[in-house]
Structures are given as C-alpha cells and as structure tokens.
Design a protein around this ligand. Structure first.
Ligand code: MV4
Length: 503
C-alpha cells in the first residue's frame, strides 16, 4: 500500500480523499493555488505545496507543478478527484512514464472513453445498445443530411471530444441542420480543440441513469447499482439519488451487466461510471463513461456500504477486489443535494465572499461532505460547489423527509447558496412522486427566481418579528416555572427562514 498520496484537487472532494487516506494510514499532500492558501483541504492535509496563481490553468491544471510537488514530497500516487486533470489521458500517461501511480483508469482506456465516436464504435461491436446515430465523422455536410433524414428529426449534434452536455445542440428540421453544424463545429473547436461533431437521434425528456463500476487490474469487475441524476439545470446536476424509481429488478440487472460489458470492452480499470439514457418506453442506451470518482458517489456509498475512495486507492495499489457481485446489495434510499455558492434569484449567478456563519446539519443518516468553513472566503475562480448534503433512510419517502429536515437545519450566512431552491425541489409533489426526468427543472422551476425574490421581503419582515419574540422568550416554547430561559440565537433554532444571503 502507498505511504503517501498527493491530492491534485481542492474543496470538498480533496477533503473527502484526505479522510479516506487518514483511515488507511496514508499521509497526504495537498496542493493549492494562491487563493486557496487558507482552504480547508490545505489545513487538513499532512503537507501542502503551493502550485501557482489562482487561474486553474496555472495551478490545478498545471501538470509540471503538480508532478514536481509529488517528487518534492515523495508522494507515490496522485488522486485527481473530479474535474481538473481527472480525465486527462495525457496526465495519466505522463504519470505512467514518471512511475507515479495515477489513481484512476489506465491512459489507454481514458483516451478511448474520452473519444465519444470511438467509444460508440467499440460499444456497438461489444453488443451494447447505443443511441441510433453516426459512428464516424463524415467529411461532407451532405453525409450529415443523409444521416439526419434516415434518423428522422429531431436529431442531436454532439462533439466527439465533448461530454457532460458541452457542445450539444438539438436540430428539429433540415433547414436548421447546416447552421447548427457550423455553430457546433466552431463551439467544439474552441472548447475542445477538435471540431469533430456527429449526429444522434434525439431522445425526448429521457431519464439519466448511471451505474457505478469498479474494476481491478486482474479482470474482476463489479457494478454497484445505479444513481438517478435526472434533476439537472443546464447540465449541472442538482439532486441525485439511488435507487432510481424508473428501474425494476430485471431492468436493473440487465443494465448492470451491460455496464460491466462496457468496462471490459474499454479495457477499463479502477472506479468509473457508465451513463445511460432511459427513454419513455424504458429502452436504455449507452451514453458515455465518466472516468473519475463522481460528485454524487456518496449515494452509492450509503446504499452499498462500500467506500469508493478506499476501493480506488486499493485498486491503484495493485490489490484485488475483495468482494464479488453476489456480495453486493442495495439497501434503503439515498439522496444528495449539491450546495452551490450561487444566487438562484439572480439566474444562478455564482456568489463569492466571506462565509460569516456555517451551521451544518447532523443526525442519523445525514452526511455532510464539506470543503469550507466559517470565516473562509469563497473565491470566484473555481466550480462554486461548497458542500454536499447526503441522507440515507429506509425508503424514498423517509429519505425525502430527512433531506428536508436537514436542509431546514442548515445555515450558511454571508453568501448566497442553493439551499432554499433545493428545499423547493425536494418538496415538489412531482419529485416526491418520483416522476423525474431531465426536463424537470425547466418544466417546474422556470420562473422560480422571480417568485422567490418577491417573497423575500415578506420573509425578512417575518424574521425580524421572530427575532423580536426570541428576545422576549423563546418563541413557541413554554417558559418553565415562569422564569425566562437564556436567549436562544435564531441561528441555533433555525427553521425555514432564509436571511443574510448576501442581499
Ligand atoms: C442526449 C439527450 C437526448 N438525446 N442525447 C446530456 C449530457 C451528455 N452526457 C448527454 N446528454 C444528453 N444526450 C440524445 N441523443 C439528452 C441528454 C441530456 C440532457 C439534454 C438536455 C437537457 C438536459 C439533459 C440532461 C441529461 C441528459
């Protein structure tokens, strides 16, 4: 086993990896940019190395600086977290040459799954269902026209080097195809440095269901069931859960076996996620492989009891999987809400500034994966995720109740967060009924920000009144024996008030 690991990331995921290392008796090296000098991951690691200025391209994406930091500290392996260099096959290949272990898949598999068209070819050959569409990049526009006509409109333009929704567009008619392709190519060229685009049949309001997989270096492969991630806004996931309401045991087994087939066909190892789209008739199609530990991995950890980061590290150290498929089962129901520093009433604009107060929810079945602390300043340079709130309960209804109670018990002051928006999502009757698909936010929360803004003034007035009544005795609570109890800060007894979100 490794003695020392460098974590090439920041925020809640760096903290998550550090915690796994501590449990395993592995020392940790954090890296940090100039604006992250006081960040939680830096404080928690055994050692910390500065790697450059705030812009990610000069720090967290700077391979030379990160490799130099590993050399200088004697770290034998690097955990990339998610984002940044996590799915960069050049980085994985460089580490292979440098004899530093990349805690992730081998560079060849990483390269294959990063090329969507090649991945489609490979999966089709392996007998994995793929969305009807093109399996090569044509030279001539006329070939796109022929393909689109054959597929039938609407079709979707996707970038071969894309993924996660970047560079996608829907085309509803032949007239839109040419301008769509031109714009799509331009976008792909500037975003990925590769203008290759291809067409797929457009699947309307699908569900996004993904399977967690683990593969060791000896050909042993397991799946750890699914996560449903249909609640998204502009390809940003908001709420994730396991199990999915859309699967029955037979479909789950079939998709799980298909996910393992994907892993084997790609020569993939370590942890990964196989994404599927599920259409209205419950047909499923392979979409892509996410070759990293995902943000939403804790819902799988809750339902299976497997620590995915520990497994990643064990596999990277050359150990065999210590369990097989029959040892795994899904228990109960888990939900995750992503806590973003953003203002839902200002079109979800990122919010930066100092966190003046943080009260984290606690309790049975509540997990808070947090990358921030009270007094810390949120920088503008990176993904605005602050923390994740994950709950587990015996069934979905109980998990929703637990999530709402935890969100109500959660206070972050000084910056705007997505907490109030999340409460309304989890409380929505369609969500409670399990009727989620990728159109959920657009269909039910289009004008949420405007409505929220107008209700805010009323809330402030009510909060002021609550303050007042607290100062004259805890509101709604009997004062025992006629003597007044010590004043309770409203932040300790916080219900569903929202105050001080930077407005
Ligand atoms: C699609 C699709 C419908 N039809 N492909 C989005 C993320 C990326 N991994 C692929 N994605 C999709 N691909 C076809 N042929 C729907 C999505 C999709 C989606 C699309 C619009 C709005 C939200 C979405 C959420 C998940 C998936």
């Amino acid at each position: 086993m490794f003695k020392k690991i460098l974590i090439a990331n920041r925020g809640e995921i760096a903290v998550r990896v550090i915690k796994a290392c501590r449990e395993m008796g592995i020392s940790t090296v954090a890296v940090y940019s100039d604006v992250d000098r006081k960040s939680l991951h830096v404080q928690m690691a055994d050692e910390a190395v500065p790697i450059g200025p705030a812009p990610a391209i000069e720090s967290y994406l700077n391979m030379d600086r990160i490799i130099a930091a590993a050399r200088a500290t004697g770290a034998e392996a690097i955990h990339p977290g998610y984002g940044f260099l996590a799915e960069n096959s050049d980085f994985a290949r460089r580490l292979e040459k440098e004899k530093i272990v990349f805690i992730g898949p081998n560079s060849t598999a990483l390269e294959l799954v990063g090329d969507k068209v090649r991945a489609r070819q490979t999966m089709e050959k392996a007998g994995v269902p793929i969305i009807p569409g093109m399996n090569s990049i044509p030279k001539d526009i006329s070939e796109y026209e022929v393909a689109a006509k054959k597929l039938g409109y609407p079709v979707m333009i996707k970038a071969s080097a894309g993924g996660g929704g970047k560079g996608m567009r829907i085309v509803c008619s032949e007239q839109e195809l040419r301008p769509g392709l031109e714009a799509g190519r331009r976008e792909a060229k500037s975003a990925f440095g590769d203008e290759s685009v291809y067409l797929e049949k457009y699947i309307e309001e699908p569900r996004h269901v993904e399977f967690q997989v683990l593969a060791d270096n000896y050909g042993n492969t397991v799946h750890l069931f699914e996560r449903e991630c249909s609640i998204q806004r502009r390809h940003q996931k908001i709420v994730e859960e396991s199990p999915s309401q859309a699967l029955d045991p037979a479909l789950r087994a079939k998709m799980g076996e298909t996910a393992k087939k994907v892993v084997r066909a790609a020569g993939y190892n370590n942890a990964g996620t196989v994404e599927f789209l599920l259409d209205k008739n419950k047909n499923f199609f392979f979409l892509e492989v996410n070759a990293r530990l995902q943000v939403e991995h804790p819902v799988t950890e809750f339902c299976t009891g497997v620590d995915l980061v520990r497994q990643q590290i064990r596999i990277a150290a050359g150990e065999k999987l210590s369990f097989s498929q029959k040892d795994l089962e899904q228990r109960g129901h888990a939900l995750e809400c992503r806590i973003y520093a953003e203002d839902a009433t200002k079109n979800f604009l990122p919010s930066s500034g100092k966190i003046l107060f943080l009260k984290e929810p606690k309790g049975p079945g509540v997990r808070h994966d947090c990358g921030v602390y009270s007094g810390w300043e949120v920088p503008i340079y990176y993904d605005p995720i602050l923390a994740k709130l994950i709950v587990w309960a015996e069934d979905r209804d109980a998990a929703c109740d637990r999530m709402l109670a935890a969100l109500n018990d959660y206070a972050i002051l000084g910056i705007s967060t997505s907490i109030s928006f999340l409460k309304d999502v989890v409380n929505h009757p369609e969500f409670r009924a399990g009727r989620t698909n990728t159109g959920f936010i657009k269909n039910h929360f289009e004008n949420w920000g405007e409505k929220e803004k107008s209700e805010d003034k009323l809330r402030l007035a009510l909060a002021a009144a609550a303050f007042d009544s607290i100062n004259s005795g805890p509101s709604g609570k009997k004062v025992v024996g006629g003597t007044q109890k010590a004043t309770v800060s409203p932040w300790q007894t916080l219900g569903h008030w929202r105050l001080g979100e930077g407005r």
